[in-house]
Design a binder for this molecule. Structure first.
Ligand code: HEM
Length: 219
């Protein structure tokens, strides 16, 4: 298992698999095959994949600790960047087809519709996380500061769930399922912070940059 997780090919495979929703959307767009409302298909698919990638990113630390597979950290940055990639596409399908790139109309909408307000807030919060994901930025910020900043990903995931919950008209099952996973991951984080495990592992928080380019930490 460790050999598989440290192989460079596994990273390539994770990248290719993560790109599949984008490839399907691009193919559908080029072949006019995105259903009767292509903009809605684009918005819904990119919104869903943003939340899924946020959850995958948040799941890395609990999985690597509980399964004792530290090598999983190699995939966290890529998964987080895919979350940002899909939210950027999601935002652009809103700004372009919905708002015709009219920024003042967009601001009115951000101020008026509360589900857009929280979605926009989550998007804005994800920007510094994506911008500081490089190894150079981790070094510049230092592990502790980088770690504190990147805890914002929990806020983004919670805002993403609220955004989804507020936009659905009747069937709230899907946002609640996403909310369940985000809640479990958040509870795990709280439990991990307060359990004695951190104290017993003195090397868990430091400013050293790992081979994956992320500090060895637990957020
Ligand atoms: C982290 C940030 C965000 C997440 C996780 C997210 C997630 C989602 C999800 C899951 C959906 C519903 C997908 C479905 O129905 O299957 C959705 C729909 C939508 N989102 Fe977002 N979103 C985010 C940011 C934004 C932003 C920044 C905007 C625009 C400023 C936006 C505008 C919309 C719109 C217009 C819809 C469709 C609403 C409708 O069908 O009536 N979202 N989003």
């Amino acid at each position: 298992m460790k050999k598989l997780l440290t192989s460079k090919w596994t990273k390539v495979i994770v990248f290719l698999v993560s790109s599949i929703p984008f490839v399907f959307l691009a193919w559908g767009l080029l072949h006019n095959d995105l259903g009767i409302n292509p903009v809605e298909t684009l918005q819904h698919t990119t919104g869903d994949w943003t939340l899924r990638f946020l959850i995958f990113t948040l799941a890395i630390t609990p999985l690597r600790k509980t399964l004792k597979l530290p090598e999983l950290i190699r995939f966290r940055r890529m998964l987080g960047l895919f979350a940002f990639f899909y939210v950027l596409l999601h935002f652009l399908t809103y700004l372009g087809p919905d708002q015709s790139f009219n920024f003042s109309g967009m601001w009115d909408d951000v101020a008026k519709r509360k589900f857009i307000t929280v979605g926009f807030a989550a998007f804005v919060l994800l920007i510094p996380l994506a911008a500081t994901s490089t190894t150079g930025m981790i070094r510049r910020l230092g592990g502790k500061r980088w770690q504190s900043l990147h805890r914002l990903i929990y806020v983004c995931a919670i805002l993403g769930v609220i955004h989804y919950y507020w936009l659905v008209k009747s069937d709230v099952r899907k946002p609640l399922i996403y909310g369940f996973f985000v809640g479990i991951l958040l509870l795990w984080r709280v439990w991990d912070a307060y359990s004695g495990r951190k104290r017993n592992a003195p090397a868990t928080v430091n400013t050293r940059v790992s081979t994956a380019g992320s500090p060895q930490q637990s957020s």
